[in-house]
Design a protein around this ligand. Structure first.
Ligand SMILES: C[S@@+](CC[C@H](N)C(=O)[O-])C[C@H]1O[C@@H](n2cnc3c(N)ncnc32)[C@H](O)[C@@H]1O
Length: 364
């Protein structure tokens, strides 16, 4: 059980290295920048149903582990429901995303979501302070990160504000952009500040299924194109948080779902369906599989072994079944077949195999 910053960091570097996530350059960087000084008190562990305060040995174990450390609840407001709103992210996810950035000496990078300042410190150690810019929307977190980074001897450029507006300098231009909060798209101002050839990496929110990771490259025509790979679980950018829609339970209708539910949870299908029905949210819960879905007009469904309950004006189950049939007609593409094109801050245009095979949203 590590109980010092260096002990915790040695354990963490070993863990990331064993998983093949560190090349020699990044290994040196991670070994030089301990995670522990960036973790404030209080800090929490994210359990499936709630955030649990960690102290003493449990705190050190968490810092040395490949788990996120939650560092803010409810945007810092008291007496909230205890929802995590900031964290020091899961190290293996950070290491993978840093690798996806393909940084070279001399590259300028923009990070979105400074939070504890840890990724900004890793980037500063890798590239030098002058080449690192980071934006944090929360004023308290931004001030704390500034202080901790100073104390640790790192001086990247920091800005407190909404990353939707990009870096606050008209001539800003970056060779790489890293989102460390999940987003529904690349905001237009951020896309504009990526140089042609720049890599844009980060968690992309899909309404249906788990978030994925976008690995885009800025094109000479101003768009960004690339693959969607794997899954991720980051907290959303404030502008991308899902609105809560009241469901009118008096509209409830019960029937038989009429088919197995498991295929609706497959990664290839959820990517396809989120492109066809971008306004629908769908997720599932275990161990007794239940599918849940809702739409902005208050339409909703729950499908389980007990049957199907639907609410509101839309027949979401019928829509999902039609999209499922289309997905099969398209050859049931596996998750790694998908990519996306982003233009001008619009929602990503999802494609299969190549950018000309677009999966367009259903016109309603
Ligand atoms: C998972 S944390 C990022 C972890 C961070 N990179 C680190 O090293 O500790 C996500 C952060 O994104 C911030 N955030 C959310 N929406 C934002 C926005 N629109 N602009 C800038 N930051 C935002 C949150 O306040 C939160 O602190």
């Amino acid at each position: 059980m590590p109980d010092t910053p260096s002990g915790a960091q040695a354990a963490l570097v070993e863990l990331l290295d064993e998983r093949g996530l560190l090349d020699p350059t990044w290994k040196k960087v991670w070994a030089s920048v301990p995670r522990a000084p960036f973790i404030p008190d209080p800090a929490w562990r994210q359990d499936p149903d709630r955030c649990v305060l960690v102290t003493g040995a449990a705190r050190w174990d968490l810092i040395a582990s490949d788990r996120p450390v939650v560092t803010q609840l409810d945007d810092g407001t008291p007496d909230g429901p205890g929802t995590a709103t900031s964290s020091n992210s899961m190290p293996s996810m950070v290491a993978a995303q840093l690798a996806h950035l393909g940084l070279k000496d001399g590259d300028g990078v923009l990070e979105i979501g400074t939070a504890t300042g840890y990724v900004a410190a890793l980037l500063s150690e890798r590239l030098g302070d002058e080449l690192v810019h980071s934006i944090e929307i929360d004023p308290v977190l931004a001030a704390t990160a500034q202080h901790v980074l100073d104390v640790q001897g790192y001086h990247p450029y920091l800005h407190q504000g909404d990353a939707v507006d990009g870096w606050p300098a008209p001539d800003a231009a970056f060779d790489a952009v890293l989102f460390t909060c999940a987003t529904r798209t690349v905001p237009a101002a951020v896309l504009d500040q990526a140089r042609p050839g720049a890599r844009i990496v980060g968690p992309l929110i899909r309404g249906i299924g788990e978030d994925t990771v976008m690995r885009l490259v800025k094109q000479p025509d101003g768009s960004a194109i690339g693959r969607l790979t794997g899954s991720s679980n980051y907290m959303p950018m404030r502008a991308s948080r899902a609105a809560r829609v009241p469901v009118d339970s008096s509209t409830g209708r019960h029937s038989d779902a009429g088919r197995p539910l498991e295929p609706f949870t497959e990664g290839g299908f959820t990517l396809y369906a989120s492109a066809r029905l971008p306004d629908v949210r769908m997720w599932h819960t275990a161990p007794d599989l239940s599918l849940w879905a809702w739409a902005p007009d208050g339409s909703a469904l729950r499908a389980s072994a007990d049957g199907l309950w639907e609410y509101g004006p839309r027949d979401l189950w019928a829509e999902l079944r039609i999209v499922y049939a289309e997905y099969h007609a398209a050859g049931a593409p596996l998750p790694d077949a998908y990519g996306a094109t982003v233009r001008g801050g619009d929602l990503p245009q999802v494609w299969i195999g190549s950018p000309d095979r677009v999966v367009s949203p259903v016109v309603r």
